[in-house]
Each structure stands twice: as C-alpha cells, then as structure tokens.
Design a protein around this ligand. Sequence first.
Ligand SMILES: NC(=O)c1ccc[n+]([C@@H]2O[C@H](COP(=O)([O-])OP(=O)(O)OC[C@H]3O[C@@H](n4cnc5c(N)ncnc54)[C@H](O)[C@@H]3O)[C@@H](O)[C@H]2O)c1
Length: 312
Amino acid sequence: PSIRKFFAGGVCRTTVQVPGKVVVITGANTGIGKETARELARRGARVYIACRDVLKGESAASEIRADTKNSQVLVRKLDLSDTRSIRAFAEGFLAEEKQLHILINNAGVMMFSHSKTTDGFEINLGVNHLGHFLLTYLLLERLKESAPARVVNLSSVIHHLGKIHFHNFRGEEPYRWGFAYCHSKLANLLFTRELAKRIQGTGVTTYAVHPGIVRSELARHSFLCCLFWRLFSYFLKSVQEGAQTSLHCALAEGLEPLSGKYFRGTYIRNLAKVAFLYLRASFPVTARGPGCLQGPEITKQLSACGMSAVSF
Ligand SMILES: NC(=O)c1ccc[n+]([C@@H]2O[C@H](COP(=O)([O-])OP(=O)(O)OC[C@H]3O[C@@H](n4cnc5c(N)ncnc54)[C@H](O)[C@@H]3O)[C@@H](O)[C@H]2O)c1
C-alpha cells in the first residue's frame, strides 16, 4: 500500500463547500471528468456534464445524483470536434444560466490515426485545444460576471514532447509517432498562460493541470497504449486520484496569485521527467518548415515566464 501511495500523488485537501456554484465540465461522462463532477456535486455545486453522448452522460449523471444526493447534476450535448455544436452548447447554457463559476476543460482524445474534426482540424489539436479555446471564449463574459471564477485546463506532462506546428493545424502532414496528442497538450499549457495574462484583474483565474498517469479510457484508440495501461495498471492512478489536481485548482483557497501556472499533484514527477528527457533524446523531432516552434525553445520560454510546475 505504501508503494501505491507513493505513486498516487497529491490529494485535494480543501474542505471548501460550493453550494449554489455553477460548474461546467467537458467530457465528464467518464474518467477523470466524471470523478471531478462527482466530488463537486458532493460539495453542493450545480454541475453541467457537457458531453458528446447524452445517453452516456445521463447514465453518469444518474449515478452521481444517487451517490451524492445532489439532484443538480445536468447533462448537455457538446461535441468539441464540431464548432457548431460548441456554439449551440454555449448559446443554450447562456440562455439557461445566469452564472458560471468554474469551467473545467477536461475532455480529451488521444488518437494516432490521421483524423480530422468536422471543421477540418487535426483531431487531437481540434478537440483538446481549439474546441476548448472556442468554448472558453464563448463563456468568458459569463465567467467574468460571476467572478471570482476559475478555468481549469487539463494538460499533461507529455507536453514536454510537444511542438506548435503553426503551418500544420489541419494535419496536412501526418505527425510522427502520434505526437499530435503531445502538441495539443502543449497548446493547452500555452493557452492557460496567455489566458491568465488577458484576464488579469477580472476576477477570473486559470490553471493548467497534469492529473498524473491515470487508468482511464483515454488510451482506447491505441492497442499499444491499452497494453501499457494494463501492464502498468498497478502503478497508475485511479480516476479518483486523477481528479485531485483538477479539484485542487477548482476549489483550493488562495490560488489566485498562481493564475496561469501548471499544477502537478504527483510524486512521480522526477521519474516522468527522466523518462521524457530520454524519449526526447531518443527520438529527436526535426523542425518541419518555418512555422514550427521547437519543444526545447518552448520549454525555455515557458520557464522564463514562470511556467514551471507547481506541486501540491
Ligand atoms: N489518463 C491519463 O493518464 C491522462 C494523463 C494526462 C492528461 N490527461 C487528460 O485528462 C483529461 C481527461 O481524460 P481521461 O483520462 O479521463 O480520459 P477519458 O477518455 O476517460 O475521458 C475523456 C472524455 O472526453 C470526452 N471526449 C472525447 N472527445 C470529445 C469530443 N469531441 N467532444 C466532447 N467530449 C469528448 C470522452 O467522451 C470522455 O468522456 C484529458 O484531457 C486527457 O488528455 C489524462
């Protein structure tokens, strides 16, 4: 058990209750998002599960309602791979709710095949970053009106392997080794940093999160990743443990001065760092064209802006 505890990482220790607060969580019908929704519902929030499959969302919501005795767990349709769906969700939400206190941009895909969103963007970047970018933009005024409010973006430690290919947002050239997911997670991080700057002084703050390596459904599109997840499942976090960093950023008091920072509630950070440095050295990715910002340059720029990780 002590080894398990070592790998489990930080725990959200705040006892803050949030009755009456309005929360939107994307992709909360499964995995980390579902557990985040459960805990926020337990603490009294009105929780919107924004997901692609309303039936699956309803089944998660009824489980959470029964578990937490909070009837204010609602499901709304949102497909982040389609800007029309994002606009329709935002329009419906803004008509229905006068307040929004916490937005958790949690949904994510890890796809290795060369797919695109409805609007023609590379699928990982399109869903994980561009979709959430548009959603946040459409809800930002409501967040400001409800301040103090927070935006939590799920990134990943794997952003270390990411690069921003400005010339390749539509996936004209396939990415090597499924790096598209890494690029999208780097975009989540950069978005958090820039958003924090632009909303400074409005009472809305934002945080990026690495939840740890979590036993969820994220790897379902890749046989190799599924195999890895199964082989090492003992060392991976449970979804409840994986939700702790998002919960910490959504709830903990006094985080406002840390707006724009990247949070990791995990004790395995140094192991992860060594592994990623090794990977980066083993598979150096060369620049492709003028619009490409390289990983090491980005890391340098991020740390110059105080974007090093905060552990709790
Ligand atoms: N599991 C991990 O080890 C890990 C590590 C680092 C970061 N993350 C991040 O944590 C977040 C949650 O992932 P998870 O591990 O719970 O995986 P998960 O697959 O269980 O959950 C992802 C959710 O996103 C939803 N989703 C996917 N595409 C969508 C779309 N187009 N529109 C709306 N919803 C969509 C899925 O339906 C699902 O509910 C993701 O952003 C992921 O990148 C996970």
